[in-house]
Design a protein around this ligand. Sequence first.
Ligand code: LLP
Length: 421
Amino acid sequence: MDHFLYRDGQLYAEDVPVAEIAAKVGTPVYIYSTATLTRHFRLFDEALDGMPHVVCYAMKAASNQAILKTLAQLGAGMDVVSGGEYARAKAAGVPGDRIVFSGVGKTREEMRAALEGGIRQFNVESEPEMQALSEVASEMGVIAPIAVRVNPDVDAKTHAKIATGKSENKFGVPISRASEVYATAAALPGLEVVGIDVHIGSQLTDLEPYRLAFTKVGELVDRLRADGHDIRRLDLGGGLGIPYTRGNEAPPLPVEYGNLIKEVLGDKGCEIEIEPGRLVAGNAGILVSEVIYLKQGEGRDFLILDAAMNDLIRPAMYEAHHDIVPVVEPEAGAEQAAYDVVGPVCESGDTFAKQRSLTTLAAGDLVAFRSAGAYGAVMASEYNTRPLVPEVLVKDDHFAVIRERPSFEEIINRDTLPEWL
Ligand code: LLP
């Protein structure tokens, strides 16, 4: 459920007409709903009711400071994967002991910054990383809390580019080698083993891969405890999928996911950490764009928008589907046409949808890409020197620009010329 609904023939973001935001801020523009963000975060929090837990929002999905602060005020922890994300979490007021640091390639500098600013745990993904963290913590005279990310070799049944739990993926250490790796960790100075971490992929629409992975983690808890390790936290990653097609998809609900965690791991006496990103932010955001031209091609019509692949890369990168809806609600029975929906960027990959059936549209009409809140703005670039899309946050009947569209001058002035030019 989200808060982008038609009312009186107009698409609204909560209580604000989307067209009003487009008129004030221009297009393309990302618009987020506070109520949807809040609702989705709470669904996870409530799903783990009765178990000690922390919901660490995976900010890679959408990391605008206003979004982070909205979630931090609800008590969210954060999952970060870079020094920049760590700095964002701190700037949003998230206490260090609610921040987990994931990622296969943490640098020593990033480790140092997190140890200085406070960290709940590092999710360590390899022995060389463990060695580096041990050295950094020892130099600083502090202890780094760690969980080892294990790779359970489970097929998450999702798009290959976002599956992470198979042995061929770069993530984690093979679960078969976990005992050995934990023994190494326990022997290294400056580290304290606090738990186990697992994350098998993103946009999972079936709970079975989770069941398989969590069952393996549960067995590992017993083995590691028998080896003398104090396993008290389980970080189960993120990945729960969202419906991208209205009405046609019903991925598992957070409550079902929570029940599975309770069923499989509830008797371990561990504190549970989860790292949802997409489900918190995905349907809390839309990308609004204007039709520039309707171009008649040979045998197909192209709807050319002012948004492009640099603004929302998911269709080009993962063949992802995003529902596209007109901002003015079509009349019942309105005429439909099939369009190739494209942007202005100079490559054919700049295609949002092929032969998409939409009500007939014309230049000047506004459309909204639904489910664009996660991995939308954060993956945008300035390819073709197209300014990064501004972001707007709506709360009830008011809205605020939470990131301005940069001017051409600002973009150009970010470059510096060498002395010989
Ligand atoms: N934790 C870890 C360690 C992760 O690598 C990820 C996502 C998450 C949590 C959050 O997963 P979520 O709940 O959002 O599925 N750009 C791609 C998605 C990449 C996901 C990367 N890791 C897309 O647009 O589909």
